[in-house]
Ligand binder design. Sequence first.
Ligand code: C2E
Ligand code: MG
Ligand code: MG
Ligand code: MG
Length: 290
Amino acid sequence: EAKEMGGDTVSLFTHALRERDEQRARLREALAAALEAEELELHLQPQRNLENGSLAGVEALLRWNSPRLGRWVAPAEILSAAAELGLVGRLDRQVLRRAVQLLAGWPGPPPCLAINISVSTLHDQRFAEEVRDALHAARVAPGRLEIEIPEDLAVRDLPAVHQTLTALREVGVTLALDDFGSGHSGLPHVVRLPVQRLKLDRSIVAQLPEDAKAMAVLRATMALARGMGIEVVGEGVETEAQATSLHEAGCHVIQGWLIARPMPVEAFLASLPPPLLLPAPAQTTRVGAG
Ligand code: C2E
Ligand code: MG
Ligand code: MG
Ligand code: MG
């Protein structure tokens, strides 16, 4: 009997594994079709300057509500499926195209719009040229586009990526190091990256002001940024107390639910105060549409 139970356990286990593999396969299949159909969207989240209350930038975040899967799929899940399919480059390029298109069609003076780009895409020597061409074709000033680079990039410190970053700076786009303080990037790496902004990770911000170590990371980050002449953006700010700690430490730009959640493009444009509240052109929120 014991042997039989053991057998059942094993078959339950293999069944669960098979189920998981099938789910992943369905996700990959749905994603491949969604990329083909340009079904993925960007939602927008504002950054606020605490000194004067102005809009200090906007981050575009990937959103996918799959009709086929019947659910929203989180960016991390999208990215790992895209990696399994070898389609990260394609995904990043759809995001780039859509962001440039949003900037080109912005009602009023466009803000600086940030997109997230994967390390593998930054390996590609053609990427900077593609960015330049996309901006040029849409007549968008390069300074309006910001590229957020993943924090783990700072660790890898790869020559090919450095070349792309330098080329992107030559194109004139803004570069931001995302998730700073989330774990890996040592200061020696960071100071060599040609970035204009550091985004202080939510895991640090969440512990302000009670946690002494988080406060120390904040102070050290501000000192580093001052030394490099770059701006710090506090990420994932949810409370007034967190905003106050950041402001007092000299971090004047924040992003997070305290200000606003990421929103569909139409809702974002409608939330802008006058004089930016001009009639928005009819547009879809599809990544890379048109
Ligand atoms: P990220 O670039 O650091 O983006 C910030 C994440 O924090 C977003 O999660 C955002 O929705 C969330 N967030 C913003 N404010 C708050 C807050 O106050 N509290 C909390 N708890 N969360 C907040 P999201 O949209 O799930 O994206 C997760 C990550 O996926 C992003 O982290 C980014 O690394 C990646 N990602 C998102 N969109 C793209 C994309 O278009 N391309 C690539 N390559 N990666 C993307
Ligand atoms: Mg980001
Ligand atoms: Mg981040
Ligand atoms: Mg992140």
